[in-house]
Design a protein around this ligand. Sequence first.
Ligand SMILES: [Zn+2]
Length: 364
Amino acid sequence: MPLIIDSHQDIAWNMLTYGRDYTRSVYETRRLEAGSVIPERNGDCTVGWPEYQRGQVAAVFATLFAAPARKKEVGDVIQYADYETAHRLYREQIDIYRKLADSHPDKFRLIASAKELDSVIEHWSQPVKDDEGHPVGLIYLMEGADGIRTPRELAEWYDLGLRIIGLAWAGTRYCGGTGEPGALTEDGRNLISAMMDYNFILDLSHMDEAAALESLDRYEGPVIATHSNCAALMRGAETNRHLPDPVIRGLIERDGVIGLIPLNSFLKVGWLRKSGSRREEVPLDALIAHIDYICQLAGDANHAGIGSDFDGGFGVQSIPLELDTIADLQMVGAKLLERGYSEADATNILGGNWLRFLRKHLPG
Ligand SMILES: [Zn+2]
């Protein structure tokens, strides 16, 4: 079974907002949360360490995330009304990940270099006894850059192990974002120019098209989209959340990778979660169509990946019908083979493309 690298999971946000313990299995978490408000607000859990093992999920991009206070619907725990608070909230999530890795070194490992990445991948190639498993690598991803107070602060974030920065979630002081269109601001231009000094990886997901295109022009470092689908397959969706073709083309030209999201509302225009069950079903083939769209534009299978965003504000009720937990992402590989992709291509899309990209751009 190929290894999976998943380019987006809000692990710390779930731990802080819902008290989720990701060393537990999905089923244990569902049992513990049954009857609470959590399944109603965030859906039934889809991520847990035993399921990472079952699905061979070797590494995930683990977000640092806080929402601006004007976005009331996101929950009330990790919100900021000013940049000092944003900084503190983002910084605290580094501590959450450190504690998680320190207290469960057999289960989670922090990755900030190609060497640390290779050590985790090497572990996954070794046989393990029944009751043991492999450590899941966590690569920090800052989603929304309002936690960075000045470009000078990048040195501190780099020392903490941060390697990937997305400037937007909603709009930030740096650029327009989801639901809040706009170009790069002067602060945004200064920030990306400072990011070059450290070769930070720039995540264009959530950035408005104008900001993303200008960033592709200006930023000479590595560029990716960790969790976005293709706007061309979502015609009629009234959102700037999906990637327009010019942004996809720019990412491909720069040898970037795009993590596609198996989230029903990002696969079928107008899909809405009905409380409780999955009454409006979306097949996994809808995700494959987005992966295939990237591969057709690229003329190869080297630029598509999976950025599940699982548990990131939604649960099992909002993902394609064939999927129950993160372990089932392996079905994406089987679907690609059915569609005529080679084994090598499917392996690259599940994890190989992210692996190649990270080996190239993380420091040695
Ligand atoms: Zn997001």
